[in-house]
Design a protein around this ligand. Structure first.
Ligand code: 2F8
Ligand code: CA
Length: 127
């Protein structure tokens, strides 16, 4: 069904930008129900591709298991990162464990934010 409406192919994966907003965990569940998971960014090219989402958008990066240990949803550790300057800062009552991208305010760089906040999200399914 990745050839159906909403999925876009780029460099070995199919991506789908949501049309609604949900908390991080519910966003992830939606991707998993579609046989995908939240987007994992591990190259400059993929970071640039994520600009296609023009709203604040969840990606598959979290430190909710161990504070300060940023882990992708496939279990891999963070290597290449695109944090906005000053991020991650665990700003909101030390309750910022999920990562989003923000095209307008942050030129698409990353911010940690409370997982319960509702944002758009991008699913990724590797070919
Ligand atoms: O100044 C950066 C700061 O901006 C907001 O807090 C005021 C963000 N909060 C949310 O997205 C909920 C912080 O995460 C961000 O670090
Ligand atoms: Ca933050």
């Amino acid at each position: 069904h990745y050839l159906q409406q909403g999925w876009v192919y780029f460099s070995g994966s199919f991506y789908r930008i949501s049309s609604t907003m949900k908390p991080w965990q519910d966003s992830r569940r939606d991707c998993q129900q579609k046989g995908a998971d939240l987007m994992i960014i591990n190259s400059q090219e993929e970071q640039d591709f994520s600009r296609q989402s023009t709203n604040i958008t969840w990606i598959g990066l979290t430190d909710r298991d161990t504070e300060g240990e940023w882990t992708w949803v496939d279990g891999t550790q963070l290597t290449t990162s695109f944090w906005h300057s000053g991020e991650p800062n665990n700003y909101d009552k030390s309750n910022e464990d999920c990562v989003n991208i923000n095209l307008h305010d942050h030129q698409n760089s990353w911010n940690d934010a409370p997982c319960e906040n509702e944002h758009f999200w991008i699913c990724e399914k590797k070919m």
